[in-house]
Design a protein around this ligand. Structure first.
Ligand code: COA
Length: 258
């Protein structure tokens, strides 16, 4: 069905694998368009409770946007590339109603680091490497990297990484708060699925509202506290909340998905 992606849904988790290992899974137009479609499909699918994004092959998660597409672009073409990618994939993932986790199996550079950062959580294999090397090409990040890296690790370190173009290893990424967990390559997907289990056992609407409320902190057009009040109120209109509270009072486990 897809040219550059593998998609598999099992036990409520949709795993999207970017599958261009010979080009280190670089994000060309086809990958961006297919990722957009796969994200839409996962969000619409009632059998999907969470999404994992990973890269094919032993070497790379995603080694960036596809550099071979750059030379034909002018100023407006460059801006359009960034805007389209942000709208079709990166912002869509960040604002998704279901949790997204990046399982970072290798290089996560440029657009790859940006894709991992657009996800809500990140698990890295020990050999993963992170960086925003765009300045090596006379470029800057265009898929939200200047904003999300600053949000995740703070201005000083974000500026250092983006101005030097240096890569960091998985251990340093964990120390900086860029990744949630580091594990072995063999354990990467099992650990990612394990991380999702307690999340999938919770009320899906509550999880979705946690994502929306936290994102409101960074939205310049929203008062995050007001947004939290609104979303908190909305919870009281859900069957999910009635089940959660009733289950607690009846001293039983809540069954949110049955
Ligand atoms: N866009 C397009 N092609 C890319 C790519 C990218 N971002 N990253 C890697 N590739 C391609 C290489 O051109 C090469 O293709 P070829 O075999 O047809 O020549 C193939 O993937 C393997 O990459 P290679 O550079 O040979 O692997 P390496 O192990 O020597 O180096 C990296 C790995 C990640 C250090 C190196 O590929 C790299 O620096 N990539 C670009 C990273 C980057 O600048 N990303 C930001 C883009 S805005």
């Amino acid at each position: 069905m897809y040219q550059s992606l593998l998609v598999n849904t099992e036990d409520l988790i949709c795993t999207i694998t970017i599958n261009r290992p010979d080009k280190l899974n670089a994000l060309n137009r086809t990958v961006i368009e297919e990722l957009s479609q796969a994200v839409d499909a996962a969000l619409a699918d009632p059998a999907t409770g969470a999404v994992v994004i990973t890269g094919a092959g032993p070497k790379a998660f995603v080694a960036g946007a596809d550099i071979s597409e750059f030379l034909s672009l002018d100023t407006s073409g460059g801006a359009a590339l960034a805007q389209k990618g942000q709208d079709m994939v990166f912002s869509k993932i960040e604002n998704a109603s279901k949790p997204f986790v990046a399982a970072v199996n290798g290089f996560a550079l440029g657009g790859g680091c940006e894709l991992a950062m657009a996800c809500h959580l990140r698990v890295a294999a020990e050999q993963a490497r992170f960086g925003q090397p765009e300045v090596n090409l006379g470029l800057i990040p265009g898929y939200g990297g200047t904003q999300r890296l600053t949000q995740l690790i703070g201005k000083g370190k974000a500026l250092e990484l983006m101005m030097t173009g240096n890569m960091i290893d998985a251990g340093e990424a964990k120390q900086l708060g860029l990744v949630n967990q580091v594990t072995t390559a063999e354990n990467l997907l099992p650990a990612t699925y394990t991380l999702l289990q307690p999340i999938l056992a919770k009320g899906p609407q509550a999880i979705s509202k946690v994502i929306a409320a936290v994102n409101a902190y960074y939205a310049t057009d929203k008062d995050g506290f007001a947004e939290e009040v609104r979303l908190f109120g909305e919870c009281f209109g859900t069957a999910e909340m009635k089940e959660g509270v009733t289950a607690f009072l009846e001293k039983r486990k809540a069954a949110f998905r049955s």
